[in-house]
Design a protein around this ligand. Sequence first.
Ligand SMILES: Cc1cc2nc3c(=O)[nH]c(=O)nc-3n(C[C@H](O)[C@H](O)[C@H](O)COP(=O)(O)OP(=O)(O)OC[C@H]3O[C@@H](n4cnc5c(N)ncnc54)[C@H](O)[C@@H]3O)c2cc1C
Ligand SMILES: *[C@@H]1O[C@H](CO)[C@@H](O)[C@H](O)[C@H]1NC(C)=O
Ligand SMILES: *[C@@H]1O[C@H](CO)[C@@H](O)[C@H](O)[C@H]1NC(C)=O
Ligand SMILES: *[C@@H]1O[C@H](CO)[C@@H](O)[C@H](O)[C@H]1NC(C)=O
Ligand SMILES: *[C@@H]1O[C@H](CO)[C@@H](O)[C@H](O)[C@H]1NC(C)=O
Ligand SMILES: *[C@@H]1O[C@H](CO)[C@@H](O)[C@H](O)[C@H]1NC(C)=O
Ligand SMILES: *[C@@H]1O[C@H](CO)[C@@H](O)[C@H](O)[C@H]1NC(C)=O
Ligand SMILES: *[C@@H]1O[C@H](CO)[C@@H](O)[C@H](O)[C@H]1NC(C)=O
Ligand SMILES: *[C@@H]1O[C@H](CO)[C@@H](O)[C@H](O)[C@H]1NC(C)=O
Ligand SMILES: *[C@@H]1O[C@H](CO)[C@@H](O)[C@H](O)[C@H]1NC(C)=O
Length: 577
Amino acid sequence: MRIFFLFSLLALGYASSPSPEFGSRCRCTADQACWPSASVFSDFEKSISQPLIYPLPPASACYPSSSPSGNCTEALENWDDGNWRANHSGASQSPNFETYTWRNGTISACYKETSLGVPCGQGSVPVVGIDAREPSDIQAAVNFAVKHNLRLTVKNTGHDYFGRSSGRGSFLVWTHNMKDISYNASFVPQGAPRHSGASTAITLGAGVQWHEAYDAANAQGQILVGGASAGGSVGAAGGWLLGGGHSALSPKYGLGVDNVLEMTIVTSTGEHLTVNDYQHADLFWALRGGGGGTYGIVTSVTYRTYPSFGLVAGYFVATANNTDVMRKVVTEYVRVHPSLSDAGWSGYSTLSNASLTFFYIMANGTEVAANSSMNPFFDFAKNLTSEGLTISTALTYAYPSWYAWYAGLFAHGDQNGANVQTGSRLLPRETFEYNYKELANALLELDGVAFNFVGGGQMAKINPDSVGVNPAWRRTLVHITFGTGWQDGSTVEEIQQNIGALKAKIKRIRDLTPFSGAYFNEASLYETNPQYTFFGFHYPILKVIKLKYDPHSLFVVQEGVGSEDWNSDLTCRRTLL
Ligand SMILES: Cc1cc2nc3c(=O)[nH]c(=O)nc-3n(C[C@H](O)[C@H](O)[C@H](O)COP(=O)(O)OP(=O)(O)OC[C@H]3O[C@@H](n4cnc5c(N)ncnc54)[C@H](O)[C@@H]3O)c2cc1C
Ligand SMILES: *[C@@H]1O[C@H](CO)[C@@H](O)[C@H](O)[C@H]1NC(C)=O
Ligand SMILES: *[C@@H]1O[C@H](CO)[C@@H](O)[C@H](O)[C@H]1NC(C)=O
Ligand SMILES: *[C@@H]1O[C@H](CO)[C@@H](O)[C@H](O)[C@H]1NC(C)=O
Ligand SMILES: *[C@@H]1O[C@H](CO)[C@@H](O)[C@H](O)[C@H]1NC(C)=O
Ligand SMILES: *[C@@H]1O[C@H](CO)[C@@H](O)[C@H](O)[C@H]1NC(C)=O
Ligand SMILES: *[C@@H]1O[C@H](CO)[C@@H](O)[C@H](O)[C@H]1NC(C)=O
Ligand SMILES: *[C@@H]1O[C@H](CO)[C@@H](O)[C@H](O)[C@H]1NC(C)=O
Ligand SMILES: *[C@@H]1O[C@H](CO)[C@@H](O)[C@H](O)[C@H]1NC(C)=O
Ligand SMILES: *[C@@H]1O[C@H](CO)[C@@H](O)[C@H](O)[C@H]1NC(C)=O
């Protein structure tokens, strides 16, 4: 029955997709004769509010090395700063997504080490684009891209882990400077029935970043469900939300997608739509987890906000001099997670075969409740000091507000600027309950895991079909990520070797949790069944909605809904439909 339902939806999707009106199966990129001339671009420029931008890789300031074209010192000093990178239209947060690897193995890149002797290449950095300020700028850019059949990319902060906000030879819509923020203590979605209840809400322009959103909400004595990164540089109204959006507050209030009241969006037909539960509800459903860069360009997002509250944090830092003691402490750590979740804990952790660190919160919790649920684990760990566990921190600490905790931990710091590819898995609660020993073994083998305790609680009680996001989230207690990195100048063979090890780790953890999935925003390009892994049984429905609202198939991103119809560069259709 279910299978039949899915196939009929798929058939509908294909039948309703338009035949391409473009002469070619392929999109136009800047190296081709079809690329619009300078005069065509300058005519277009008259229709937008800002001059065209010509993005460059951030290290381009250091080239040519004999007489640098820009302020190389500034680039090197700020290299790891997520907010500095977000300020540059040509920067990705991980520089490997600024590079492009030709089939012959040559990598086009602009390395910050000029001593490598590689000339600065444009790589996958888009060549020209708009610095969008108004929805009308985006409408003009979309119409222009459709008319000239351009390969289009949409970039907000460039944090993406798949390189979805870059594309070789592409035309860029850069949303970073759409910074409007407005708070409304009694927001009602457009088109809602009369006498609908009002909510406290904040409306964010597409370019607002988490540090700005948190500050604005805090000024009203409010909080909202959002991401955590050094400096709060991740976008609050772009890819984070469109892929799901996890938060330490998710176990209390749900994912980002569970907290949106309304969005505005420009579709490939050039329309600017207001979407919510009452208008274009199908598109609103798909935008809540069906992936960024796929249905259109979101211009604003309205989130529900909540009154600020205090919390108790739990901190733990330990290192081990042998793997046996690490296995004991990690096994217990894994085992207690269902009860920590039931007690109201959430937060972030990292673990390896030599160390375990976590910083958790009990939102709106009391110290008594925090201590009584956390102390048994602390006591267990303290018992292991005789076996080689060194505990430097094991305590709870009360904060007057969630914002005070956030500001203390995340307001500053650098965590970007390195070449990285990730793997990840959504770990279901039942694996913690029924297979915790094997899960602990797998985590130790993965050797270097970010353990995001952002599932469970209220998030798990929300109807999995109420929004488009991967239904696997609702059974998830912990979302883990792990990764691989390499030095600039590494050869394709060296990089592939690292990626081979990454693939083996992905397989290890997937085999342990075969019926779960992975989070579209923090994952790898090497899942064997990406559609099911990232979207579960929502995939065919998402595809129907994508084809309905993006009849030009203008919006295509790596592993995104509909991307299976395109080649790996996302420049040519695999088949004519
Ligand atoms: C340091 C770091 C910390 C992170 N922390 C968290 C976290 O706490 N929680 C979490 O859930 N995730 C987290 N992430 C993952 C994050 O959600 C993804 O990287 C996400 O893609 C970032 O979205 P962005 O808009 O900021 O970035 P971008 O790379 O600019 O965009 C990502 C994708 O969304 C598309 N997109 C962007 N804006 C729009 C728009 N207005 N309309 C349509 N499509 C758009 C882009 O085309 C691209 O496909 C983190 C990532 C990093 C690097
Ligand atoms: C270059 O950047 C550095 C560090 O940000 C700054 O101190 C310096 O004044 C800048 N130099 C120029 C010429 O702008
Ligand atoms: C990013 O740009 C904004 C606006 O110009 C500026 O205030 C901020 O200091 C910049 N951030 C960094 C880290 O360069
Ligand atoms: C590989 O191909 C690219 C693009 O055609 C070319 O620029 C580069 O010189 C080639 N590299 C080698 C080693 O042939
Ligand atoms: C808040 O929202 C309501 C209903 O959506 C609207 O009537 C009102 O004008 C808004 N207030 C502000 C300050 O934007
Ligand atoms: C622990 O991790 C290190 C790498 O960080 C690895 O070299 C080592 O083999 C691992 N040890 C065990 C026992 O798994
Ligand atoms: C916080 O806890 C208090 C006391 O238990 C409770 O009354 C209140 O509803 C809680 N608030 C939130 C936002 O959970
Ligand atoms: C700690 O070790 C003692 C002595 O072996 C034991 O009695 C106690 O139960 C242990 N405590 C925990 C929390 O494991
Ligand atoms: C680890 O530390 C414990 C306790 O200090 C000690 O007994 C043990 O020999 C150490 N093991 C290793 C492998 O160093
Ligand atoms: C909770 O534990 C902390 C140390 O982790 C301690 O400082 C505090 O007094 C305890 N609070 C209560 C209410 O027991």
